[in-house]
Design a protein around this ligand. Structure first.
Ligand code: ADP
Ligand code: K
Length: 432
């Protein structure tokens, strides 16, 4: 199929790459076309025909698919196959909106398992490992998605799911778990709770963790690694594209995620939807051209990142995801990302990483309160010291974010803990 006669190596491999993406994406469009769903009608409205996609330029002018398309076509409107071909349904956790229903054919499930397996093996998972899977089971993609990859690896799986932390600690300790799969929030919580039980996870055989489903700042990662005595690996994914396993941390660079180039076509765009040059920040856009049940064309993930490097069909390296566009809060006219606040907190050894931002309207102005708590074991600090920490934090936040944020301090362990994804914002303004 490919011409190898071209002696110009780079040109030749670019040519092969282009041919691969053009073929795969026009095939995906063809399947959508003959699937006869609402998705097909949308593409027809944009005058898109699979026959007209012959170059990367054509791909880059295809219309985007958005989260709103999932809402508007709920539940099955984006499916390219009848439900008789679908063997599994999942749904996004609905962090910001109504859940998005996604489906998988037999091949989709097989491919998903293969990609998760790649992610896990790349960081040394083997059949000798005993894996505690504390991602939620159910319609959320985390639990069952990771299970596919663990089972394919031959490792021993403990499908713990979320909640019942004391039970999970028993399982981890008694069964000698060597690998933990969970959200970073749960990993922190697990270490707090096991400390209360005088069980030091760092001294257990646990050696490796795969964590994701929510942003986690670098310093949270180092805390998790230290407290659990593990290497913590960043795993990325979203239900609409597949679930966990769309991307994995580069073993040589903890700041990068590798997004698999043989399954996904990756672009970064600005707010207007224009491509930005490699290295510039923007919104991650993914085309999942091999998916059968729901192949998505140029899906706007809402996740903010930038391209670090490209390596052909192997994949595209992007920066770890620190924020998403729909997380952005506009407060007193200033755009802020809650994750920026989280990152600031990790610089204070007297504070825990847990926080809740509350925003309310007072008269015509927004008022922001940051609820934070003292770190474990710090409940006996001098009042004047706590006051200084709080004043210092206000100043730091003002410098960092450009707005005044009121700080309320609590004793360790007071703020609500989450066993799956954290909730960090409570926006009480009427139109929020
Ligand atoms: P929802 O959008 O409802 O939360 P999902 O449960 O599918 O739906 O979550 C996918 C989202 O979770 C991603 O788009 C991204 O914002 C976030 N996410 C997943 N993994 C990571 C990660 N490793 N780092 C940062 N964010 C992540
Ligand atoms: K999320």
């Amino acid at each position: 199929m490919f011409e190898i006669s071209d002696f110009n190596g780079e040109k030749n491999s670019n040519h092969i790459l282009e041919e691969y993406y053009v073929n795969c994406i026009s095939n995906a469009l063809k399947r959508i076309h003959f699937g006869g769903s609402a998705y097909q009608s949308k593409l027809l409205d944009f005058d898109v025909s699979y026959q007209n996609v012959t170059s990367l330029n054509d791909i880059e002018s295809l219309p985007f698919t958005t989260k709103a398309d999932f809402q508007d076509n709920y539940p099955y409107g984006l499916f390219a196959v009848p439900t008789s071909e679908v063997i599994r349904i999942h749904s996004s956790s609905g962090t910001k909106s109504k859940p998005k229903i996604v489906g998988y054919t037999k091949n989709d499930i097989r491919n998903w398992g293969a990609l998760v397996l790649r992610c896990l093996m790349m960081h040394g998972l083997s059949k000798e490992d005993i894996v505690l899977n504390s991602f939620g089971y159910g319609v959320f993609t985390g639990g069952l998605g990771l299970q596919l990859g663990v089972e394919a690896s031959g490792a021993t799986l403990i499908p713990a799911s979320t909640g019942k932390t004391a039970k999970q600690i028993d399982l981890l300790r008694d069964l000698g778990a060597t690998v933990l799969l969970s959200t970073p929030s749960f990993a922190m919580h697990l270490s707090d709770e096991s400390e209360k039980l005088n069980f030091d996870i760092a001294k257990s055989p646990l050696r490796l963790g795969f964590m994701g489903a929510e942003p986690w700042p670098d310093n949270m990662k180092s805390q998790i690694e230290k407290r659990l005595g593990i290497k913590a690996v960043n795993i990325y994914g979203l239900s609409e594209i597949m679930g966990p396993g769309v991307g994995i941390e580069d073993p040589d660079d903890s700041n990068s995620l590798i997004l698999w180039g043989d399954h996904f076509y990756v672009e970064i765009v600005n707010e207007k939807g224009e491509l930005v040059p490699d290295g510039c920040y923007g919104e991650l856009v993914i085309t999942s051209f091999l998916k059968e049940a729901i192949p998505l064309i140029r899906y706007r993930t809402g996740d903010i990142t930038r391209i670090i490097k490209r390596n052909g069909l192997y994949g595209v390296w992007v920066e770890r995801i620190a924020s998403r566009s729909d997380d952005m809060l506009i407060v007193k006219g200033v755009n802020i990302f809650p994750s920026q606040v989280g990152a600031v907190l990790c610089n204070y050894s007297d504070l825990s990483p847990y926080y809740l931002l509350e925003i309310e309207r007072r008269g015509f102005s927004d008022n922001v309160i940051l609820n934070v708590e003292l770190a474990r074991g710090k409940h006996n600090l001098e009042r004047s010291h706590v006051y200084n920490v709080s004043e210092n934090l206000k100043k730091y936040l003002k410098d960092e974010l450009g707005i005044y944020i009121d700080v309320k301090m609590y004793n360790p362990g007071v703020l609500e803990r989450f066993t799956s994804k954290r909730q960090t914002v409570n926006d009480k303004r009427e139109n929020a």
